[in-house]
Design a protein around this ligand. Sequence first.
Ligand code: SF4
Length: 73
Amino acid sequence: MAETCPHLAYREEGDGKSFETARAFCTVTGSFVQPMRADVCNARYGLDPATDCEFYVEPESIEDESDATDADR
Ligand code: SF4
């Protein structure tokens, strides 16, 4: 069963901007996720990040770079 992508983070600032609400951020591409792709990142509608996202990489190699995932909780 697909789960939320391990590379998905939420950030309130980036690209020189800040946001009131944290936005989906991909730690693989180092950029904010477009709304349509967020469905893949969150494994909605039966989508699977591992197979449906061309940016997906196996998590072990960049696990340490996703440290912002829980930063705002
Ligand atoms: S699904 Fe793709 S775009 Fe979304 S966080 Fe994972 S690697 Fe990044």
